[in-house]
Write a protein that binds this ligand. Structure first.
Ligand SMILES: [Zn+2]
Length: 435
């Protein structure tokens, strides 16, 4: 069994190293934008856009005397990777499934944007199309593959190509496995290094615990467990919302791309980054602790998207609860339920445990004692009282217990040997240290 894991650390380049790194990520951004412009031309002509077609065009770009800097200050591997990323972005755009999901979750239509082609005609930039990258967005990255060929790790330093040499990083944990690729990224002025590793396991790991737990995810209580425990949410966004709104208002009054605007924009990015870090840290802490203690975890298979759409009103409720639900949407997104389920899934995989996603239907209306299903069982948000057997419980705990038994049912239906597909840790879910 192959195990993929990513490790992310803060990188501490010297001023000289930072200059080279800035040039490298800058060239990569330039190539992305240039290739995107080319692919818009291809799109207009109905040409086939894929990685090979785009990668082949890098050479033309490099031999153009106007872009001589690409020869002196870029990394060939990272440019290729950038263009491959662009190709994947296009293939997502061409994927009807992605569009269906997007349509479900559609927000207010935005003002249409256009791209001017070389012949002067314009094509409309549609939703989900790849976007141009701006330096002002404050997030740039390059990825290097064939790690052994170009890089190596020496203690808490990494040797990087292009004359960068050894760069210190804050090694907060050991890197286990073979390093396959490395991503250098810059976010709100800080540099990070992320190692993508692969490890071959002779046997599937066996989870040290034997217990099983059901999780009910909610708004006021982020998680209620079938054992009757609660985990409170951390509304990192809420606390900073006022501050963020104020900063954004101030930004709108500044001259676009002026020095003041740039300075202010950096402040906003820093705050966004701060919010995301708090949330990430918190989710990692709780998912690690749950995953460590339970071999089987059952949770609802709720696609956050589906819950979010109900706010605009379905046929049944005609948007009566729109206001309450739009508040709910914000909280869902704030807490990142989807992210949390992802984390639980790969952490269970690492430890040899299981995560079972069960159908969320009726989990809140079913009596966990006698299995009687009735809307009337759930009298208020918090209270559950079975109309058949009179079982009284907290509504969330009752739901968590139903989720756990549904998980057991799934397990026995599969003969207790659910293998699951190999999970890859998503790069967006990594951080410096896994608690
Ligand atoms: Zn009952």
């Amino acid at each position: 069994m192959k195990l993929n894991k990513a490790y992310k650390f803060r990188l501490e380049p010297t001023i000289e190293q930072e200059i080279i790194l800035n040039n490298l990520v800058g060239s990569a951004r330039f190539v992305w934008n240039h290739m995107l412009a080319i692919s818009f031309e291809m799109f207009a002509k109905n040409d086939f856009i894929n990685a090979t077609n785009l990668v082949n065009k890098i050479m033309d770009l490099k031999s153009n005397p106007d872009f001589a800097f690409l020869k002196s200050s870029s990394n060939a591997v990272s440019l290729q990777q950038k263009v491959r990323d662009l190709a994947s972005a296009w293939s997502r755009f061409f994927d009807p499934k992605v569009h269906a999901r997007f349509k479900e979750n559609k927000k207010k239509p935005k003002k249409p944007k256009f791209f001017k082609l070389a012949d002067g005609t314009e094509i409309q930039r549609r939703a989900l199309m790849p976007q141009f990258k701006r330096k002002a967005d404050g997030c740039d990255s390059i990825r290097l593959v064939q790690f052994d060929k170009y890089c190596r790790v020496e203690g808490n330093r990494i040797k990087l190509p292009n004359g960068i040499g050894l760069v210190k990083f804050r090694k907060s944990q050991d890197i286990i496995g073979v390093i396959k690729n490395v991503t250098i990224s810059k976010k709100s002025g800080h540099w990070y290094v992320s190692f993508g590793t692969e490890r071959e396991l002779a046997e599937k790991p066996v989870h040290p615990a034997t217990s099983a737990i059901g999780l009910d995810m909610g708004i006021s209580k982020l998680i209620t467990t079938s054992n009757g425990e609660y985990i409170k949410p951390k509304n990192s966004f809420k606390a900073n919302q006022v501050k963020l709104a104020k900063l954004q208002r101030q930004l709108s009054r500044k001259v676009l791309f002026s020095q003041n605007w740039k300075k202010h924009n950096r402040k906003i990015q820093k705050l966004h980054h701060h919010i995301a870090n708090i949330r990430h840290d918190y989710l990692h802490k709780i998912t690690t602790s749950i995953s460590k203690n339970h071999a089987m975890i059952a949770c609802e298979d709720l696609t956050v998207i589906n819950m979010s759409t109900s706010a605009s009103g379905s046929v049944e409720n005609k948007g009566r609860q729109v206001k309450a639900k739009s508040g709910l949407n914000k909280s869902i997104l704030d807490q990142g339920w989807g992210m949390m389920i992802d984390m639980l899934e790969y952490k269970q995989q690492w430890r040899g445990g299981l995560l079972i996603k069960v159908n969320p239907r009726y989990t809140s209306q079913t009596c966990s004692q006698c299995q009687h299903i009735a809307k009337e069982n759930r009298q208020t948000q918090a209270k559950f009282e079975c109309v058949k057997c009179g079982h009284k419980a907290n509504a969330d705990i009752n739901a968590a217990r139903n989720i756990l038994s549904a998980g057991h049912a799934v397990l026995s239906a599969e003969g207790g040997c659910s293998q699951g597909r190999p999970m890859k840790q998503k790069t967006c879910d990594i951080r410096e240290k896994v608690a």
